[in-house]
Design a binder for this molecule. Structure first.
Ligand SMILES: *Cc1c(COP(=O)(O)O)cnc(C)c1O
Length: 362
């Protein structure tokens, strides 16, 4: 019934990518990052696909409670920690590890006093140059001592997050700052996001924290996921809802940004920017129709976009109404679509809209 627009997630691909992360860092435990509804893949799907992970990491408290309600018994790490003191009671009740990125959060933990129940595991986050979250390297020792002295706190681990691990040489200074700040401090370490997991072996510490790689997209501009040994987990598909012929000189879509320079057949697809497909994808963005690679034409509209059927016909495929369209997935990498639209795969995956039908396959 109704539109065909569907985001299908492969559990096998999620498992494959997690195994790939483990193979890269065999001595590390893995936090599978599932923030932003598992990068748009759905939290329940992520629980199934990442059953083998050592823990799940996210920052949304409602979603963390959902993980527990749905039966996730292993570790959970709150990547931004408590937003207000009351969050710490939730952390205690549901056994959630918390990041501490600011001195105010240390104060909230101290104010808990002598808690009932198990103490909280905390990850003290050190600013290694991103200048977003994290305590100054010079304050790390002091805050670490305060945390360790806190009756409500169990283990104190150390963490940082890189601004530039995806570019050659980009993490060198940050690694140096983190090491200098933590040299004399006890506790487990976690540094690596997906990019560092691949390119900075020295950051594969007690825990690694891959996100995007687990979903089969690349953390690097210009290096595709297949070359990294990753398998795309999400396929965004739709179908042709109309096929029409353009005469030479006919234009197409809002703004008439595409004009046919010869007679041609075009297909209209039931997917648009209200589904999460990027409006900035220009004419020429890769797409597949009935298994044949082709291109988009003209402006993406709210509910539809247009595709060139000439390469499809040239491949001997007669694609009529109902023919399947892959916007991204195994054949058309989300990173290629993102590059065409001037963004990154992360943004496209996270942006899948609520009205898009969801499916999970093994
Ligand atoms: C999002 C996030 C990650 C994962 O980053 P990817 O680039 O998707 O691998 C790791 N650590 C923190 C703190 C994050 O916020």
């Amino acid at each position: 019934m109704g539109r065909s627009t569907t985001a299908t997630v492969s559990l096998g691909a999620l498992r494959h990518n997690l195994a790939r992360a483990r193979a890269l860092a065999p001595a590390s435990r893995v936090w599978a990052v599932v923030k932003a509804d598992a990068y748009g893949h759905g939290l329940s799907t992520a629980i199934a696909g990442f059953a083998d992970a050592d823990g799940l990491a996210l920052l949304e408290w409602e979603q963390a409670l959902r993980l527990r309600a749905q039966g996730w018994r292993k570790r959970v790490l709150m990547l931004e920690g408590a937003f207000e003191p009351a969050d710490l009671a939730l952390a205690r009740n549901h056994v959630l590890d918390v990041v501490v990125h600011d001195a105010a959060q240390v104060g909230w933990l101290e104010a808990l006093g002598e808690p009932g129940g198990a103490p909280l595991n905390v990850f003290l986050k050190i600013n290694s140059g991103m200048n977003r979250l994290g305590v100054a390297p010079a304050d790390a020792g002091d805050l670490h001592r305060r945390l360790a002295a806190c009756p409500a706190v169990g283990a104190v681990a150390l963490m940082t997050h890189f601004a530039d691990a995806d570019v050659p040489g980009g993490a060198t200074d940050a690694i140096g700052r983190f090491e200098a700040a933590t040299r004399d401090l006890p506790g487990e370490r976690t540094l690596a996001n997906s990019a560092a997991l691949f390119d900075w072996p020295q950051t594969r510490a007690d825990w690694v924290r891959p996100g995007i790689a687990l979903y089969g997209a690349s953390p690097f501009a210009g290096r595709d996921a297949a070359a990294l040994g990753l398998m795309p987990a999400m396929t965004l598909s739709a179908s042709l809802i109309a096929v029409r012929r353009l005469a030479r000189g006919d234009s197409l879509g809002y703004g008439s940004t595409f004009t046919a320079d010869r007679p041609m057949r075009v297909g209209i697809v039931d997917c648009g920017y209200a589904d999460g497909y990027p409006r900035h994808a220009p004419t020429g963005t890769p797409v597949a129709v009935a298994g044949v690679a082709t291109r988009t034409l003209g402006r993406v509209s709210m509910d539809m976009l247009a595709v060139d059927l000439e390469p499809v016909a040239a491949a001997g495929v007669d694609a009529g109404v109902g023919a399947p369209v892959e916007l991204w997935g195994r054949r058309i990498g989300v990173d290629a679509v993102a590059t065409a639209a001037g963004t990154i795969g992360y943004e496209l995956l996270c942006a899948i809209a609520a009205r898009v039908r969801r499916a999970t396959v093994d």
